[in-house]
Design a protein around this ligand. Structure first.
Ligand SMILES: [Mn+2]
Length: 300
């Protein structure tokens, strides 16, 4: 690739996984090995996995996360543990949440706050002494945890279930591999231009439009986070799991039981369209309001 393409254009990059692992983001961060990761793709993995447990935006709420995993009787090995991103910032125990997720063999899509924290950690290690209060905790994050954050993909796909996880959302009509990385983890609402094409609404600049899920008509069932303002969102083709634990509401997990005879079978093409009926939701109450609700609409 021409070197000029290696930097910049972070929001406009159109690339395939693995093709250009040396790509840097606008902020100079290395892109992970896979921007669009897949899981449960081998027979061995599919056979040993009994349930998929997908947890919404944790934001450092370690106690609630542990309580939720206990409530769903999480068992490492038979349960595949996935997170919707934004594991860190705003709440009390960001480093411990990362370490617990790693210990449990969990994986996450990248949230805007995970990305922001990683950038702050890298700036700190380049010698920057002043960090915004929101990310000052990264000074206590070990390198191994930062490396793990850096490995997080923007989406996790389970092809056999036609299930896709993303932190923000998808702009309609744009193929997955051409979605802007910035949009994937910040999208909430859409704006239509005069030619009828959709793009992300810049709500910092006062733009508002329909939520992306009301327009989305893609092939994958999408589980997303990042929108605690709307709370739990159950749609025909999507499920929003950010139920605002850090703002004093609840932390929610979606459970997909792969052993239930009425549930999905991996490799079952008939499964598409019924996923929402097979998903069981479990929540625990937040122990505190850790962050003021005015932070809910923050992008950074
Ligand atoms: Mn977010």
């Amino acid at each position: 690739m021409p070197s000029k393409l290696r930097r910049g254009g972070y929001g406009k990059l159109q690339r395939d996984d693995h093709a250009y692992p040396e790509f840097l983001t606008d902020a100079g961060r290395l892109l992970p090995p896979a921007i669009h990761a897949t899981t449960l793709t081998t027979r061995e993995h599919a056979e040993k996995t009994k349930r998929i447990v997908i947890v919404g935006d944790v934001h450092g709420c370690l106690d609630e996360m542990q309580e939720l995993l206990q409530k769903v009787n999480f068992t490492q090995g038979p349960d595949l543990l996935l997170f919707n991103g934004d594991m860190v910032n705003k709440g009390p125990h960001s480093v411990k949440v990362i370490q617990e997720v790693r210990k449990l063999g969990g994986m996450s899509v990248r949230g805007n706050n995970d990305d922001l924290a990683l950038g702050a950690w890298e700036a700190w290690h380049r010698g920057k002494t002043e960090l915004p209060e929101k990310v000052a905790w990264v000074k206590g994050m070990p390198k191994a945890d930062a490396d793990w954050l850096r490995s997080l993909p923007w989406t996790i796909n389970i092809p056999d279930l036609k299930l896709l996880m993303v932190h923000g959302g998808l702009v309609p009509e744009i193929p997955l591999h051409q979605q802007s990385l910035q949009t994937l983890f910040t999208l909430r609402e859409l704006i239509q231009d005069r030619h009828g094409a959709w793009r992300m609404a810049q709500d910092k600049e006062g733009e508002h439009g329909p939520e992306w899920t009301s327009i989305y008509n893609g092939h994958d069932f999408v589980i997303f986070g990042h929108d605690s303002g709307r709370g739990l969102q159950r749609g025909p083709r999507s499920l929003g799991l950010d139920t605002g634990c850090v703002y004093g509401n609840v932390l929610t997990a979606a459970i997909i039981d792969l052993t239930n005879s009425t549930g999905p079978a991996l490799g079952n093409a008939q499964f598409q369209g019924d996923l929402i009926e097979k998903i069981k939701l479990v929540s625990v109450k937040s122990h505190h309001q850790y962050a003021p609700s005015c932070m809910r609409l923050e992008y950074d």
